[in-house]
Write a protein of this length. Structure first.
Lengths: 299, 177
């Protein structure tokens, strides 16, 4: 539209221009349609009234001066109730809860639906909306977690490039820089990652790494890391190194080592030296361990 | 010294709420499409303002409240897609839902629905500007100040919004047929 038309139209909307002045640019029919839209929208209002308890905000701010002065018990009770309400209001508004673990740490907790148990792996975080959760079971994961979802109903795990949807099941999700691993121990899950969607049955494990999908069978009841061990079967070295990093808080300098090489075996989360020995020696990779840095080189 | 009203004064604070509470909660609704959160976040912004009443001048309260509440929306990863539903003010001469809307040749109820969908589909700024002007009857100048836009830009958004709505409703109608 020309600048002139646009000017006229905005003036007409404002009521500063009559229909005739608009007739050079728009048909009678168009003008009537514009009017119908404006009339309708003018009759609209948001479907809920704003009711904010301004009194509690104002009295809440004054709590510091009036709480225990004067020794009047009733006043003290009334004031402390106000204080309590205000702090409840704070909890109510800050309703996104985030649970995080540090390196080498795992944590078990129950989500607000009261039945879903989560084991959060090392160096991971899980957030969810406290208030909305019972209605809409949705969590956001960075890192690794094992979920035991008991109750029927939708349950969704979101991460940076995709999501996993579940119905009554036990499963594990591990997200890392270049990909994602989902293992299903019970029931069935459906996952979308980047543009792919795939169903995963109980006893199946799927890896998406750098656009390559590979699937395999698992024969355990739950991931080994829950019990303080990491166990791998034909896993790319890349994945093993990621686990080493989050369990032991180490830096790994990989130099020219082929990270697609496969590793089968397990290590305990207690002993870094032993873990390095198990992983790298079995792959015939030389390594040096200094403080928190592992440097790799080919033999 | 400035003779500005003191926001820490309870009467002044209540005035701030009366002046801006509802209108800003509506602006946030038009922007993010979540009525419940718009209300929650404005309430939270008011609590913050009361705590910081010494630092904010009366004239700046509107933009203070808006920017605090907007930040809360932007930080809230969980917020849903824009979903706007309106009820019609009882006093207006709204036509019966089962009557025909002659301009668009569809049922009134259908017209309302398609109009809501088309509003949701508008670009954010067009949607905000248009609804602030029509529903809250805010003059262009005031809209420009609230959203920190040039008044010419506001005019551009509002005329574009109206044309887009018309086009969109016509299109939605054709799809049905």
């Amino acid at each position: 539209m020309s600048e002139r038309d646009q000017d006229d139209l905005s003036k007409w909307i404002e009521g500063k221009l009559d229909d005739e002045s608009l007739a050079s640019s728009y048909s009678k029919e168009d003008i009537n349609k514009f009017k119908a839209i404006l009339n309708k929208v003018d009759s609209f209002e948001p479907a809920q009234d704003l009711q904010i308890d301004i009194d509690s905000i104002v009295s809440g701010g004054k709590k510091s001066g009036s709480v225990f002065m004067g020794g009047n018990l009733r006043l003290a009770i009334a004031a402390s109730i106000t204080v309590l309400l205000i702090s409840a209001a704070y909890l109510f508004f800050y309703h996104t809860t985030k649970v995080s673990t540090s390196f080498g740490e795992t944590m078990v907790f129950t989500l607000p639906d009261g039945t879903t148990e989560v084991t959060l792996g090392p160096n991971s975080s899980l957030s969810y909306n406290n208030r909305r959760f019972p209605r809409k079971r949705r969590v956001r994961l960075d890192g690794q977690a094992f979920f035991d979802v008991n109750e029927k109903g939708d349950f969704k795990v979101e991460f940076e490039d995709g999501e996993v949807n579940v119905l009554g099941t036990e499963f594990e999700v591990l997200e890392y820089e270049s990909g994602l691993k989902v293992a299903c121990y019970e029931g069935k899950v459906s996952m979308s990652y980047e543009s792919q969607t795939q169903e995963i049955e109980a006893g199946e494990l799927i890896r998406f790494i750098d656009g390559v999908t590979d699937s395999r069978l698992i024969d355990t009841q739950s991931p080994a890391w829950i019990k303080g061990t990491s166990s791998f079967e034909d896993a790319p070295l890349k994945e093993v190194i990621n686990v080493l990093k989050s369990v032991f808080e180490v830096e790994v300098i990989t130099n020219d080592i082929d990270l697609e090489r496969r590793f089968t075996g397990k290590f305990n989360h207690e002993n870094l030296e032993l873990a390095c020995k198990v992983v790298f020696s079995s792959l015939s990779v030389d390594y040096t361990l200094e403080g928190k840095t592992i440097t790799l080189s080919s033999k | 010294m400035s003779t500005s009203k003191n926001v820490c004064d309870e009467t002044v604070f209540r005035e701030v709420y009366r002046l801006h509470g509802k209108s800003l909660s509506n602006v946030l609704y038009y922007q993010f499409g979540d009525l419940e959160k718009s209300k929650d976040f404005i309430q939270e912004a008011l609590i913050k303002l009361w705590e910081n009443c010494k630092k904010v001048s009366f004239e700046k309260t509107r933009s203070y409240l808006y920017s605090v509440a907007k930040r809360l929306f932007l930080d809230d990863y969980d917020h849903e897609q824009v979903k706007l539903r309106f009820r019609e003010k009882t006093l207006s001469i709204s036509r019966d839902k089962t009557e025909m809307n002659p301009e668009f040749n569809m049922l009134e109820s259908e017209f309302k629905e398609k109009l809501e969908q088309s509003i949701e589909a508008l670009p954010e700024k067009q949607r905000m500007v248009f609804l602030m002007n029509r529903i809250d009857q805010m003059p262009y100048k005031e809209i420009a100040e609230t959203l920190d836009l040039n008044i010419k830009t506001v005019e551009k958004h509002i005329s574009a919004a109206l044309k887009n709505l018309k086009g969109n409703i016509e299109e939605l109608k054709n799809i049905k047929i």
